[in-house]
Write a protein that binds this ligand. Structure first.
Ligand code: SF4
Ligand code: SF4
Length: 244
């Protein structure tokens, strides 16, 4: 329970800080910065996310992301699990367009590249002017509407431009057999009560992951630990070392 309280507290703080930090997660800033040969704060934050996820999977999404906190609130309105289908690939398309644009802009013109961690902020603060508030509320809408209309963590599934960095990092860590935060199951203890499915903020079929080792959903697991807490038989455990 301590873990869940920690998670909610972190989400509260990250959501409250979002007017300060918004540009640090901005796909616009990374592109605009690259067009001026600047490595912006969002470039650095996205790179850190990739490195973080090699060892901690998608724990950023599970504990710290402001968009995650907003969507957990939206879950109080729409509890349904998302129907993924082809739409879950939209985020990969957005990510690929963003990344390729940034790389092309950075190498184009052969100019000197410089780093500016506070690019386009006011002393490090993102939202300081009235116009920025319009953008801020626009971003809030973009991040919460998919969850409100489609179900649990809709924005994470469909449009999050940061998720592919962490999915890629997780895959790299897994392939290299590096110590990585992940879930493991004691399948024989499972009584199919489905409490884990009910608790999962991503709406995953955790029972199928436990019983049938369904690995197709692993990239959507955000290592939040809700299923660990919900399971009455302690079937699911956090692990840092891959045993399979
Ligand atoms: S499977 Fe468990 S750890 Fe993964 S997202 Fe669902 S509740 Fe969180
Ligand atoms: S909560 Fe635990 S016992 Fe119940 S279905 Fe999930 S893994 Fe099995």
């Amino acid at each position: 329970m301590l873990r869940i309280k920690l998670k909610r507290t972190l989400f509260l703080f990250s959501s409250l800080l979002f007017p300060v930090t918004m540009w640090y997660f901005s796909p616009y800033l990374i592109i605009q910065g690259a067009s001026e040969h600047i490595i912006s704060e969002s470039f650095i934050v996205f790179s850190c996310m990739l490195i973080f996820s090699i060892f901690f999977g998608r724990a950023w999404c599970g504990y710290l992301c402001p968009a995650g906190g907003l969507q957990e609130c939206a879950r109080q309105i729409n509890e349904s699990s998302i129907k993924t289908g082809w739409r879950k690939y939209i985020k990969f398309i957005l990510w690929f367009i963003m990344l390729s644009t940034v790389l092309i802009l950075l190498v184009k013109g052969n100019k000197r590249i410089r780093v500016d961690f506070f690019y386009m902020t006011d002393h490090g603060v993102s939202v300081t002017e009235v116009f920025n508030y319009v953008i801020y509320y626009g971003v809030i809408l973009i991040l919460t509407l998919p969850a409100l209309f489609s179900g649990r963590r809709g924005a994470c599934y469909y449009i999050c431009w940061m998720a592919p960095f962490m999915i890629l990092g997780s895959k790299i860590g897994q392939k290299l057999h590096l110590p990585q935060l992940h879930m493991e199951y004691d399948t024989n203890q499972c009584i199919s009560c489905k409490q884990c499915n009910k608790a999962c903020p991503m709406g995953l079929d955790v029972v199928s992951m436990v019983k049938h080792r369904d690995s197709g959903q692993i990239m959507d697991c955000i290592q939040c630990g809700e299923c660990v807490e919900a399971c009455p038989k302690k079937v699911i455990k956090y692990k840092m070392k891959w045993e399979n």
